[in-house]
Design a protein around this ligand. Structure first.
Ligand SMILES: [Zn+2]
Length: 423
């Protein structure tokens, strides 16, 4: 409405929202798109306009993914605001139906941080906007869920191995980068995740509020499978949409679904893993430290039972084989361990250990030599602080390669960290 004094009054109306924001900048370029019945509006600074399609592609993929795996997006529109360079401080925020993102002119196509940012901020529509948990008192509850879905969506959209970085011959996926952010923390015992946001420092908030709970959800996902994981998250979403759940409310849904879908011993293990991760500042780390293959000496003879007059019977035994795998628990966090043992003839077998003692020996008799042992061979337990010590092999080469890859991950992570710091 035009007012008599020359000003204009505009009215906006939205249902079921917890917050609002608006954005004005005369030089914004508007790029419009659509996903099903959702209207997409990208307000982008002109120097970034050529990058617009990258945002839109990632956003539409996220809409499709969340509609399939969680629930239908309930609003008629989504507006994405990409501020110009001098307005970058207003980037990376989320409001119902409006998110702000950020990029640089010249962002290489092989570094997909702008895609992961738009996906991250969009997932907040679901976790924080619709399932309206308290982002200050329980920051992990929205950031952990959002980062977990950011990993899933980016890895699904851009390939499982090099989804977020694919440059100079290096490739890393979003999930591994998230995990590394936690596992390379200088002091992972610095504090617990389930604390109000104001207890965190500049140094530890990202790994403890974002990466650790995301890696925890990823670990639960790997243990129970995608179908049950989706069912768990759909149950949580349906029960708490347009309400204000607390961490305890998610834990109640987790417990309910685990005990409904699995036997109680497994359900208890998974639940305990989640609770320990969020509410304790412990370190989980298991290692294979040695493999020994021996041939036991053939028995030479035995002394008979009559101790008064030792009688000697000649032995008939031949040399038996014995392999020993030495495992250690290096952290105070106890979790069941699976070990894949590979023999010289190429066969392999899975062994289990409850993980409780400080160290444990697997003794195998009369089998071909053991050439390798690997804890958690499918890397389900992303919370394990060090994957390098999970495997031990008597064959040369494979261990150094692993270490090299980990170093490169660390280097790329630092690079990305510098990039996001600039934002
Ligand atoms: Zn966030």
């Amino acid at each position: 409405n035009r007012n008599p004094n020359g000003t204009t009054t505009r009215n906006y109306h939205a249902e079921d929202v917890i917050d609002f924001a608006w954005s004005i900048y005369p030089r914004f370029q508007v790029q419009e798109d659509r996903w099903q019945d959702v209207q997409i509006r990208l307000l982008i600074s002109p120097e970034h306009a050529y990058l617009g399609p990258r945002y839109l592609h990632a956003l539409k993929f996220a809409l499709e993914y969340l509609n399939k795996h969680v629930a239908k997006y309930p609003y008629p529109s989504i507006t994405v605001v990409d501020p110009p360079f001098h307005g970058l401080r207003s980037g990376l925020m989320e409001y119902p139906t409006l998110i702000t993102v950020g990029t640089f002119y010249g962002m290489p196509s092989g570094i997909r941080t702008m895609e992961s940012l738009v996906v991250h901020e969009f997932v907040h529509q679901y976790f924080m906007g619709i399932v309206a948990s308290n982002e200050k008192e329980e920051a992990w509850l929205d950031e952990g869920f959002v980062t977990y879905f950011e990993d899933r969506i980016i890895d699904a959209a851009y390939g499982p191995d090099k989804s977020v970085v694919d440059i100079f011959g290096y490739g890393f996926n979003n999930r591994e980068l998230t995990r590394t952010e936690y596992s390379t923390m200088a002091n992972p015992r610095e504090g617990i995740t389930a604390r109000p946001g104001w207890h965190f420092s500049e140094r530890n908030f990202k790994p403890l509020i974002y990466s650790k709970p995301a890696t925890t959800l990823r670990t639960v996902h790997a243990l129970i499978g995608e179908e049950k994981m989706d069912l768990l998250l759909q149950t949580y979403f349906e029960r708490w949409k347009f309400k204000h759940p607390k961490g305890a409310d998610f834990k109640a849904v987790l417990q309910e679904r685990l005990y409904a879908d699995f036997d109680s011993a497994f359900a208890q293990n998974v639940y305990q893993l989640f609770e320990t991760s969020i509410e304790k500042a412990m370190v989980l780390d298991y290692a294979v430290i040695d493999i020994l293959n021996e041939t036991l000496p053939a028995s030479q003879g035995v002394f008979g039972p009559n101790t008064a007059a030792f009688t000697y019977e000649a032995g008939t035994g031949t040399g038996k084989k014995r392999s020993t795998i030495v495992l250690q628990r290096l952290g105070e966090w106890v979790n069941p361990v699976e070990v894949l043992v590979t023999f010289a003839d190429g066969t392999s077998e899975l062994y289990t250990w409850d993980g409780k003692e400080g160290s444990h020996r697997i003794v195998i008799l009369d089998k071909p030599d053991v050439i390798a042992a690997q804890i958690d061979p499918l890397h389900k337990i992303g919370l394990d602080m060090d994957f390098n010590n999970n495997s031990y092999t008597l064959k040369p080469n494979s261990v150094p390669l692993w270490k090299y890859a980990a170093k490169a991950t660390f280097w790329i992570q630092n690079l990305l960290h510098s990039l996001s710091f600039l934002m």
